[in-house]
Design a protein around this ligand. Structure first.
Ligand SMILES: Cc1ncc(COP(=O)(O)O)c(C=O)c1O
Length: 478
């Protein structure tokens, strides 16, 4: 058998098919509104349309791409549709797609500075840019005691923060000996479920997570937090971690970070601030108040992959004391030893995250920041918030509806006054229609619709049409 046979795509084939794929994506965006936003696929439908085994012989690229259109698209929920108002946005942009493509093309694995210096240094640099852009404290800068790192998700940031808090509270003994059942973590009843998961993974045990009560605006009650910490300490337990949220998932509530921070400082507890979706709003000086108190936090994260036009995955995580994080997560086997690491003059991001390997995600973030500039990002954030505030007024003006929570930014929580069944029916009708996609939560035990405005291409007309469709279907659902 000749040993020069190759099955790889040649550079010329890559160029040709690459152009076709870019054309396909551009066409997809121009026709995206013609698809039902929520996929109509039934469970198992997509698998049933695929061959039971992988092909023995390679197939032409054209056939593969044709099957994307025929077999895959029916099972796609169009997250990038301007009529997508569900969950929180996970918005993409042309710029970020191209940055991500370049990252794939370079195929760099940046676990160490030495494995691709640009991967590390661009990340450090771009994350330093974001500190003043978001009005974050200088201690998060790499030139200070802290620094930033890109994680895959906010869930990973919470876990890393919790682990560092756990280690700091035990003098780095729990890494050696494991947990003794005495460590306690705190969040609110509205905190994202990723903190509960983190507590399980970190070995604290879900029973040692305290979900603190919230006020009428769904924000954590600092007085309840203080009382719970006092009770736990009196019982010989060791409080080690508090997660405050800037923009909760259910209702976009903003926890009182300054008050929570004061309590954490008093007891030496690690404070993590999760601003996964809402942090982006701080790009605009008029919304920067959401970061009040973050100057006292030990760590903070927000997701450019939610509302900052940067393709999934991209969560930005800052710590005030990088030594605590590195001491918690660093393990150095012989095969990773190198001169740059030994010199102590470089950052090895493998020590700042759970996995060893990492993609060159800074590239897409750098592209986004350079393409939009601060001005462009502010423009779109302001537009989304203004549209949401307008939507809130429309809800207020229709006597069939009520608002279920304040609208500090771009999420409106509302419902029909007619009760849970009517609201469920309204949401199901809207989502089945394919015209838009909304999801729900429960607030004070009541089924509540969430209208989340943050799609890259969502404009006034889309929000107006959504409200018109909601009003039409409401007449049928009541
Ligand atoms: C406040 C908050 N924190 C954390 C998360 C989890 O995000 P990720 O998927 O990046 O882990 C979400 C997701 O919506 C969120 O809203």
């Amino acid at each position: 058998m000749p040993d020069d046979k190759i099955f790889h795509m040649t550079p010329e084939e890559f160029r040709r098919h690459g152009h076709t794929v870019i054309d396909w994506i551009a066409d997809y965006y121009s026709r995206i509104e013609s698809y039902p936003v929520l996929s109509k696929a039934k469970p198992g439908q997509i698998r049933a349309s695929l061959p039971p085994a992988a092909p023995a012989k390679g197939e032409p690229f054209e056939a593969i791409l044709a099957d994307v259109e025929k077999l895959i698209l029916p099972g796609v929920t169009h997250w990038q549709s301007p009529n997508f108002f569900a969950y929180f946005p996970c918005n993409a942009s042309g710029t970020a797609i191209l940055g991500d493509l370049l990252s794939s093309g370079l195929g760099v694995q940046g676990m160490l500075w030495a494995t691709s210096p640009a991967c590390t240094e661009l990340e450090t640099h771009v994350l330093d840019w974001l500190v003043p852009m978001l009005g974050l404290p200088e201690k998060f800068l790499s030139t200070s005691t802290g620094g930033g790192v890109i994680q895959d998700t906010a869930s990973s940031s919470s876990l890393c923060a919790l682990l560092a808090g756990r280690e700091r509270a035990t003098g780095y003994a729990s890494n050696q000996k494991g947990c003794d059942g005495k460590l306690v973590a705190y969040c609110s009843t509205q905190t994202h479920s990723s903190v509960e998961k983190a507590v399980k993974i970190a070995g604290l045990g879900a029973a040692n997570l305290r979900a603190i009560a919230v006020d009428e605006q769904f924000a954590m009650r600092a007085d309840e937090l203080a009382q719970q910490i006092a009770r736990d300490k009196a019982n010989g337990l060791v409080p080690c971690f508090v997660c405050a949220t800037v923009g909760t998932t259910s209702s976009n509530a903003i926890d009182p970070v300054p008050d929570i921070a004061r309590i954490c400082r008093e007891h030496g507890i690690w404070l993590h601030v999760d601003a996964a979706m809402s942090g982006t709003a701080a790009l605009c000086p008029e919304f920067r108040h959401i970061h009040r108190g973050v100057e006292f936090a030990d760590s903070y994260c927000f997701n450019p992959h939610k509302w900052m036009f940067t393709n999934f995955d991209c969560d930005v995580f800052y710590v005030a004391d990088r030594k605590a994080l590195i001491q918690t997560l660093s393990v150095l086997p012989e095969y990773l030893r190198n001169q740059a690491t030994e010199s102590g003059t470089v950052i090895d991001y493998r020590d700042w995250q759970i996995p060893l390997g990492r993609r060159f995600r800074a590239l897409k973030l750098w592209f986004v920041l350079r393409h939009y500039g601060v001005e462009g990002l502010q423009h779109h954030v302001r537009q989304h918030i203004a549209l949401a505030q307008e939507f809130e007024n429309w809800v207020r003006a229709d006597s069939r509806f009520e608002l279920a929570a304040p609208t500090p930014l771009n999420l409106i929580c509302f419902r029909l006054k007619a009760g849970d069944a009517a609201n469920q029916s309204l949401m199901d009708r809207l989502n089945r229609s394919g015209d838009l996609y909304l999801t729900h939560t429960k607030l004070n035990g009541k089924f509540t619709l969430r209208m989340s405005v943050g799609g890259t291409n969502t404009q006034r007309g889309h929000v107006e049409r959504a409200w018109k469709r909601i009003q039409e279907e409401a007449s049928r659902a009541v």
